[in-house]
Write a protein that binds this ligand. Structure first.
Ligand SMILES: *Cc1c(COP(=O)(O)O)cnc(C)c1O
Length: 410
């Protein structure tokens, strides 16, 4: 008899966005003519930039020749891309990484979910709340999260981020083995200052804590004082693994490419206290379970580091950030309390007092035919907030804002 991994049964039945889709569909059935604008799901909308398209065409043509054909590539990625990463994402920030510390992947979701295979099942984990659901759910699947009660997992330490604490999570007053941080943050759109990040690194070094740092939105940082990488902080090489993605940076949500940094000085302990470097373990894991990102995707990623690629990618990010600015201005002028949106493509908005985030979601859907994401879907501290994304077109975003204005003033 094959016994099922019962930890899966503990997961909430539905993925947040499936719940949203269900409610939107119910609305559509009743109002078939309504034209719904989604500022909900975090997917990009603007086309890939010309430099990327050109690189992909070229790579595809190469694959059709005897000399240019590539089969399985190195599991950890081609050197041409890893070198471009070192040279462009880290060296200019004074960060010196070795090429073997870069693991190219098929997007950050896979690795943020898989990385927990490197640690024992009984480590304690801490998360900021609200949070990208992948971090917790991937731990639930192997039984590390415990059981759920009132929307919280028994073995997870939640660090609430809300308007009251300025969205700065409090450093735990006890030891936590593993902590997930994501900055700029999805869903709140808030960032962490160098000083605050230094506190986390110092905490981690002092308590022998491993930090999983998700930097998927670092390309959206506009303020020069905000760190793009945790390795800008001294000592982070000894306590942090960092995840990057080209999905939001360059519209690669359908291309699939990102990378993970596992520094060689990073270790975790055995029960007898021996220190084990995690870099060779991750290498071993990847060689066993991952056969590399496609050559064409990696050439596409390389192209964003060319002078033209950089310019073009920056332009698209600027396009989304113009939406964010417009959203902040309009929503605030309507009296809504808004956060984020200055260094990230998300606006985190407090719903009117006394309403739940799901109730507001429905009111907005029925009243303005605009879709947002209920904050509580990202964790208990998200209750009372909703998330809007800036990934729409200018036209749709503007129209959505006009509708929200008429609805809220009507
Ligand atoms: C979108 C996103 C990612 C990236 O996912 P990919 O798998 O690279 O597309 C990672 N982390 C967060 C928080 C995200 O929102």
């Amino acid at each position: 008899m094959a016994l099922v991994n019962e930890h899966f049964l503990k997961l909430p039945n539905n993925y947040l966005f499936a719940d949203i889709a269900k409610k939107v569909n119910a609305f559509k059935v009743m109002h078939p003519k309504a034209d719904i604008i989604s500022l909900g799901i975090g997917d990009v909308t603007q086309p890939l930039c010309p430099a990327v398209i050109e690189a992909m065409h070229k790579a595809a043509d190469e694959m059709g020749t005897a000399n240019g054909f590539r089969g399985y590539g190195p599991e950890q990625g081609y050197d041409f891309l890893r070198e471009a990463i070192l040279k462009n994402d880290f060296l200019p920030r004074g960060i010196h990484l070795d090429i073997d510390e870069i693991f190219v992947n098929d997007g950050a979701k896979s690795d943020t979910g898989n990385i927990q295979e490197l640690i024992r099942w009984d480590n304690s984990i801490g998360v900021t709340d609200p949070i990208y659901p992948v971090y917790i759910d991937s731990n639930v699947m192997i039984g590390r999260a415990g059981t759920v009660e009132n929307g919280k997992w028994s073995n997870v330490i939640y660090m609430p981020c809300n308007a009251e604490n300025g969205f700065v999570p409090q450093i735990p007053n006890r030891r936590v083995d593993v902590i997930y941080l994501c900055y700029p943050n999805n869903p709140t759109g808030m960032v962490i200052t160098r000083e605050e990040l230094r506190k986390w690194v110092n905490y981690a070094l002092k308590n022998d804590t491993l930090i999983f740092y998700d930097a998927a939105y670092q390309a959206y940082i506009q303020d020069d004082n905000i760190p793009h990488s945790i390795y800008e902080i001294r000592g982070a090489r000894r306590c942090a693994i960092e995840f990057h993605s080209y999905s939001k940076t360059a519209g690669f949500t359908g291309i699939r490419c990102g990378y993970t940094v596992v520094p060689k000085d990073l270790t975790a302990a055995t029960l007898t206290g021996e220190r084990i470097p995690l870099n060779p373990l991750w290498y071993r894991r990847q060689c066993t379970k991952f056969n590399g990102t496609s050559y064409i995707s990696q050439r596409a990623a390389e192209a964003i580091y060319t002078p033209e690629g950089k310019e073009q990618v920056k332009k698209t990010i600027g396009y989304y950030m113009d939406n964010a600015k417009q959203m902040l201005t309009t929503l605030r002028s309507l009296g809504f309390e808004c956060y984020g949106g200055e260094n990230a493509p998300y606006i985190w908005m407090r719903v009117p007092q006394g309403e739940s985030s799901w109730k507001f979601f429905e009111n907005l859907l029925y009243g303005a035919n605009v879709v947002c994401t209920p904050g509580v879907g990202f964790g208990p501290a998200g209750e009372g907030y909703v998330r809007f994304t800036a990934f729409g077109s200018h036209e749709k975003t503007e129209e959505a804002l006009d509708r929200i204005a008429s609805w809220s003033q009507g």
